[in-house]
Each structure stands twice: as C-alpha cells, then as structure tokens.
Design a protein around this ligand. Structure first.
Ligand SMILES: *[C@@H]1O[C@H](CO)[C@@H](O)[C@H](O)[C@H]1NC(C)=O
Length: 419
C-alpha cells in the first residue's frame, strides 16, 4: 500500500504552501496582477537578472491575454504565443507619447522594471528565445497604413532594439498581401505560411505576431507504442486519437490539492519545458487553474515538482490557431490604443492601432534527442507501483523557457484533434 502514501506526500504542493515557502503573505493567484511581483520578487535571486525580470513581466501580460481569450471562448481550444504579441506591443511603445506609453507599459508590467533598460534587455531576450535549439520561431512586426510618412528616429530605434523595420502598405492589396506573408514565412523559416488571407480594410496600425513551436523531448517517445486511445472531451463524449506512451517515464510531478489537478513537467531540448495541468475530473472548465497562472506561480511550481516515475500517455498534437486579438486587447485596458492614442513619435499624422493579428502553431510528437528508455532509468529504478499521468481529458499546456522563465506558448486543449 505504498502508492497512496506517495500521492499524499506530493499533495503538499498547494498554493498556500508555495506562498509560505516564499515567506510572504502575498496570494500567488492574482489574475488582474496589477501588483504582480513587487517586494517578494526581489527576494528571489532569479529575478535579479534583468532578462528574467523582463520575461516575468511580459509573461504576466501573456497569462492575462490567455485568460481574456479563454473566457471569450469557453468551449474552444485556445492556443497562443503571447510572446510574439508582447514583442509587437513593446516595439510599438517606442513610438508612443507619454500617455500612450504608460498605457502599454502597464499592460506589459514594465512599471516594475528599469525603464532605461527595457528595450535593450528585450533585444537580448528575443535573441536568446529564438535561438534554433529552442525550437521556437517567432516573428513580430508593425504594418502601417498606406504611404504613412514615418519619423526616421522611430524606424531606426525600432530596428536597433527589435531587429525589424515597420512595413508601410503600398495600397495595392495583392502586393501588400504577398509581401506581408512572404516576410512572415521567411522569418519563421517557412513554418508559418499564409499569415493573412487578405489585407483587411482600414488598416492604420496592424500588430502582427506569428509563432511556431516544435520541441524535441530530452527523452523521445517510442513511436511503436503510439496507438489510438480514448480522449474524453467531456463527461459524455469520447474520441479516439493517437496517444504517445512512455512507461516508466521520468517526469517532474506534483499534485495541487487546491487546484485539484496533477501537474507534470517534461524537459525539451534547449532548456525549454512543457508544463501540463491536468484536472482530476473530466471538465472543460479550467477557470480555477487559469486564474492562478502568473509568472511567479509557475516559477514556484517548477521549483516544487519532484522527479518521479510515471506511466505517461500524451496525445500527439498538431494544433494551429489564427486569431484577431483586437477585441481581446480592448478588454485588457488597452482600449485607448484603438481610439485616440498618441503615436506622435511615429508620425505627425494621427494614427491608431486598428488590427491585431496572431497566428500560432504547435507540434508535439515522439521526436526527441535522447534514447528510449533514458540511460538514467537504469540508475533510478522505478518503483513497482505506478502513478498514471494520462492526458486523456482536457488539460492546459504551458511551454516555457527554463532559463528565463519566459512563456513561449500556452494552450487550453479541450479537443486534441483540432484548434
Ligand atoms: C467554472 O468554475 C468556476 C469555479 O471553479 C465557476 O465559478 C464558474 O461558474 C464555472 N464556469 C462555468 C461556465 O461553468
């Protein structure tokens, strides 16, 4: 009867014990996160590194973006790479007058950062996250209305810190569509194609964010073990999907009794990891888990998970999502960007954000760098009882960069067959 005891010990992973460990009374779950960070962040040396602190800020924007989008689409999959949207917004802030800059920097939680360093730190963070080993392709751009005369200072500063030039539309829809899509395709090494179906009417400023992720597990799955298995969409409906299997898989694991979910983390190549939140019961309602998600909460979870041996089953995933996020951003206290913002550093003419377009795709299959089973398994014999970790019902997925804590992708997978 050792099995239940192990579960009990892992049950110590609760939100209250996380905040005790940090020695603060601050609640980790803070969806609005107006005061995310603050004093208790300073205590963790991890956040002394400017890139990590910046990553925490823009990832908190990312969790907010995700929550907003998810609440708008309660019964659909959600897949976002908020980093690419944050990059476009951060770049846009270079062209904003004070009132508008404040608006953007609040949404991105830059008020906690050293303002003078933000853009140069961003440049370094961006370069490290799109390093080929991490498997992330991310492209962000500002597309400007037809024949806009932009100020040179803005263009050169943007290029210096974010490595791209804004694109001014020619007014020829065919040429503009082709150029925009070719640029995205080239920036993502051919992984994101046909970014726009057409050039929308009435563009003043279009924020563009495109991303693709395909990681390689540190221990690959044996594809011979992948076979159709049931996935419970809800209490009543079940579908058969290709499920990858790892018996005796070493994962970092914990049970969060407050969120009533099993959390597992699997490492990927390039210091990236995938974090799964699996509710105990079959439910499409992830509100409780979603509301806890902050950079600090995820950082603490990573520290508290314990390496154990599980019987792992995971759907083979190939998901894509194409979304217009203007309405989502408007709900995130960024409404003014779409009305009468001050972008006087970009151009003399009054311009505003008119469109926010995001396309994200993600693949998770058996591919990995290591052998099957991992060499470590020989030294760490798995106990005779097993803990099952079967992603056979709706779950949340967080792909993060372990070095900086940056949120690369986030998904609510209600149906692994589609987006
Ligand atoms: C989802 O769960 C939360 C609390 O767990 C509850 O407040 C909310 O009403 C639920 N939403 C739906 C749509 O059932």
């Amino acid at each position: 009867m050792q099995g239940p005891m192990v579960l009990l010990c892992l049950g110590l992973l609760t939100t209250s014990c996380i905040s005790q460990d940090l020695g603060t009374e601050q609640e980790p779950a803070n969806p609005d996160a107006d005061n995310t960070g603050g004093a208790e962040e300073e205590e963790d040396p991890f956040y002394k590194v400017p890139a990590n602190k910046l990553a925490a800020s823009i990832s908190n924007f990312g969790y907010n973006l995700y929550r907003q989008r998810s609440s708008q689409r309660p019964t659909d999959n959600v897949l976002l790479s908020p980093f690419s949207v944050a990059t476009a917004l951060s770049a846009l802030s270079l062209g904003a007058g004070e009132r508008t800059e404040t608006l953007i920097t609040r949404a991105l939680f830059y008020d906690l950062l050293d303002k003078a360093e933000v853009h140069s730190t961003y440049r370094g963070l961006l370069a490290s996250l799109v390093a080929p080993a991490k498997g992330l392709k991310s492209a962000s751009r500002l597309v400007m209305e037809r024949r806009l005369r932009m100020k040179m200072g803005f263009v050169s500063e943007l290029e210096k810190s974010y490595g791209f030039r804004p694109r001014v539309l020619t007014g020829n829809p065919r040429v503009d569509l082709q150029e925009t899509n070719n640029w995205v395709q080239q920036q993502t090494n051919g992984k994101v194609i046909r970014f726009l179906r057409e050039i929308p009417d009435g563009i003043s400023i279009l924020l563009l964010g495109a991303a693709y992720f395909k990681g390689k597990w540190l221990t690959r799955f044996d594809s011979k073990l992948t076979r159709p298995q049931n996935f419970h969409l809800d209490e009543d409906r079940t579908v058969s999907i290709p499920m990858m299997t790892g018996s005796n898989a070493l994962v970092k694991y914990g049970f969060d009794s407050e969120l009533n979910c099993k959390i597992a983390q699997l490492p990927l190549e390039g210091s990236v990891s995938a974090l799964f939140f699996l509710p105990q019961s079959v439910t499409q309602n992830m509100t409780l888990i979603e509301e806890s998600l902050t950079s600090e909460f995820v950082h603490d979870i990573n520290k508290q998970l314990k390496t154990i041996c599980v019987d792992l089953r995971m759907p083979r995933l190939k998901l894509a999502s194409e979304v217009a996020l203007a309405d989502t951003l408007k709900e995130m206290r960024l409404q003014a960007l779409f009305e009468t913002p001050d972008f006087s550093k970009i151009a003399a003419k009054a311009i505003k954000v008119s469109h926010v377009q995001h396309k994200a795709s993600l693949e998770m299959n058996e591919d990995g760098v290591g052998s099957v089973p991992p060499p470590r398994a020989a030294e760490t014999p798995c106990p005779s009882f097993h803990i099952d970790y079967h992603l056979d019902r709706p779950f949340l997925l967080v792909v993060q960069d372990s070095e900086t804590g940056a949120l690369l992708f986030i998904g609510k997978i209600l149906d692994p067959r589609s987006t």
